[in-house]
Design a binder for this molecule. Structure first.
Ligand SMILES: [Zn+2]
Ligand SMILES: [Zn+2]
Length: 141
């Protein structure tokens, strides 16, 4: 499946061919910090099927939880998190939220559940609004 996407400001575009069936949610503390939320959803592509237009900023960090050094790619202007990969760039984890139609990527595997906050299980017990504060309540199914 071919996908495309961009960072929030549009300076960096991504084109990739995804590996079928590889949709994960990662709840590790690194992903939480990058996302500013409880988890990130990622899809996978081989390095040879991954193309970036524009200059992504990168930094390498040895993950606290997996112990592996990882390249973290993001936009240096708007800060959008775009991808992570091994140092050889053989397998790319693309942040699903920066892709078009990102809501269609439904993770079947949730990793690092041990650092996931317990309130995530109770999200449907909270009040859900269709838009921002003051907007209509909605039912979540
Ligand atoms: Zn940007
Ligand atoms: Zn993670």
């Amino acid at each position: 499946m071919k996908v495309s996407g961009a960072c929030h400001c549009g300076k960096i575009q991504i084109e990739a061919v995804l590996i079928e069936g590889k949709v994960f949610a990662c709840h590790c503390t690194d992903c939480q910090t990058f996302a500013g939320g409880p988890f990130r959803v990622m899809v996978q592509s081989n390095g040879s099927d991954f193309e970036i237009v524009g200059e992504a900023s990168e930094y390498v960090k040895t993950s606290a939880e997996s112990g592996n050094p990882r390249i973290q790619g993001f936009c240096g202007t708007c800060g959008s998190s775009l991808y992570a990969c091994d140092l050889e760039r053989s397998l790319i984890n693309i942040r699903a939220a920066c892709l078009e139609d990102s809501s269609t990527f439904s993770p079947k595997i949730h990793m690092f559940g041990s650092s996931s906050p317990s309130w995530l299980d109770k999200m449907n017990e909270s009040d859900w609004l269709e838009k921002g504060l003051g907007s209509q309540k909605m039912l979540r199914e």
